[in-house]
Every structure is written in C-alpha cells, then in structure tokens.
Design a protein around this ligand. Structure first.
Ligand code: KIV
Length: 275
C-alpha cells in the first residue's frame, strides 16, 4: 500500500489528525546521515536521549546535556524535510519547575528547529505540560517505563503489571492529555493497559513495548538495524543488518589499503589525466 506523503514537513496537528485513521511510524535519529535516510519513510523522528546509551555508550540516559541534545536535534532537522522532529528534554532540564522547563525547551527549539519536546514523568509533570503547551511548545509525554527514572524504578523494567500500577499509569497519561499534550509515549507497559489508554484518550499513543493497538509505534533505529550489539530488547525487531554492511566495508577498505589497491591515482589531486 502506498501512503500519500505531503511535500512539506509533517506538523504536530497533522500527526494528531492521524489518530483513528492510520498508524504513525516513528523512529529515533541522532545524526544527519541516519535522519536523512529515515525521512522519506517515517512520520515522526524522535531525537531521543537514548543517544546517551546508543551513541555515547553511557550506562543510562541521565548524563546527556541540553547542549548535546540541541546539537543532535539541529543536525536531524537540517538533514530532513518531511518528518515531524521531536526532541527529548534531558534529565534535570525540566523537572525542577514549569518555568525551568519552558526556558530549556524554548532554547532547544530555537537552537534546533524541532516541532516539540518529549518529557518523561507522570501526573506530577502535567502542570509542566500545561505550562509549555500554553506558551506554544507542543509536548509529547512519556509514561510507563521511563528510562530517566532508572534509579527509582531499580532498573529498566516493564511497568503497570498490577491493577493498581496500571491504574496509576492510566491516570498519568490522562493527566498529560488533559494538560494539552499532543501524545504520549507508552513504554514497557502491559498490552491491555496500552490498548485501554489508546481507547480512552483522544491524544496519540506511541508505543514501544506496549501494544499493536497504539496509534503509532516507535523504536530505536539502531535496534532495527542490528547496530545495538547482540542483545535486542524483547519489544524490538531487527529489520536489517547494517552491522554486516559496515563490517564488510571496513574489512574491504582495510584490506585494500594493506594490499595497496586503494587509493589509486584516480583518488589523488594534481595528477595529469592520461593522454
Ligand atoms: O530516548 C528515546 O529514544 C526514547 C524512545 C525509545 C521512545 O525515549
């Protein structure tokens, strides 16, 4: 099935209009060459703070800074023309107060040109969502398994597995919806709960380890490309093997250098063309 794609960049209201009409495909990107390749296929690109772990080999997402995220986001925006680009607000840049969140979100939007921000957190951050949205910054909330809460969660574990825990996550998502979020990422929660949130709320649900019933899906691009090492999360699926492509190219290059078949004079400057 071919999907009609607009020539100009997808906006947040356009994304919202897809609810109940067609599924949204989203992926993460942190750098221009990857973003450029995703742009023709996905509706939304998230410049995720997962780059801390995926791109910088940090143990968690807590140490990435606003400046680092802004630089990645600016690269992704420059490299794309169609996808709606959203950036993750890093840990510590929005939890203190709504005005702290606004100052940092506005700076990130100004520095990068993204269309909105994602924040992790439950009901307690709904006031922040309201503050940002009322001042012109679209917000994608993120509930359930929230990697920035790794220390309070005691690890990266699926959430909402009891009735009580599930009800609290539903309330978290509802609070952000009532505060004006355009969507909510549902990460690592029970499938029936994700389905229920999608049915109950009129904002977008973007699932990762959630449910096929969500309004859209997101995965970390390196996971679908086989670039995350041997361990692939249960909720992800490998759709290609870029690791093999890179290994083969690096091996062929190194061999050519050692065998002196690369470079040739064709790759050099100041060489007279043969008569
Ligand atoms: O940081 C990230 O990449 C994310 C997605 C996995 C949803 O938050």
């Amino acid at each position: 099935m071919s999907v009609h794609r607009p020539a100009q960049r997808v906006t947040v209201p356009q994304l919202m209009a897809y609810k109940g009409t067609r599924k949204i495909a989203a992926l993460t990107a942190y750098i221009a060459p990857i973003a450029r390749l995703l742009d023709e296929s996905v509706d939304m690109i998230l410049v995720g703070d997962s780059t801390a772990m995926v791109g910088y080999d940090m143990p968690d997402t807590l140490s990435i800074t606003t400046e680092m995220m802004s630089a990645h986001a600016a690269a992704v925006v420059r490299a794309t023309q169609q996808a709606c680009v959203i950036v993750d607000m890093p840990f510590g840049s929005y939890q203190q107060s709504p005005s702290q969140a606004f100052a940092n979100a506005a700076a990130m939007l100004a520095a990068s040109g993204v269309a909105g921000v994602k924040i992790e957190g439950g009901r307690v951050l709904a006031e922040t969502t309201r503050f940002l949205v009322d001042r012109g910054i679209p917000v994608l909330a993120h509930v359930g398994l929230m990697p920035q809460y790794v220390n309070t969660m005691g690890g990266f574990k699926a959430q909402g597995m009891t009735d009580v825990a599930a009800r609290l996550i539903l309330e978290d998502a509802r609070a952000h919806a009532q505060a004006g979020a355009f969507g909510v990422v549902l990460e690592g929660i029970s499938e029936p709960l994700a389905r229920q949130i999608t049915a109950d709320l009129d904002i977008l649900t973007i699932g990762i380890g959630a449910s096929p019933g969500c309004d859209g899906q997101i995965l970390v691009t390196e996971d679908i490309l086989g670039l995350s090492g041997d361990r692939i999360p249960k909720f992800a699926k490998r759709f290609g093997d870029a690791a093999q492509v890179i290994r083969d190219a690096a091996r062929d290059y190194a061999q050519s250098v050692r065998e002196e078949t690369f470079p040739t004079l064709d790759h050099c400057f100041g060489v007279r063309p043969k008569a």
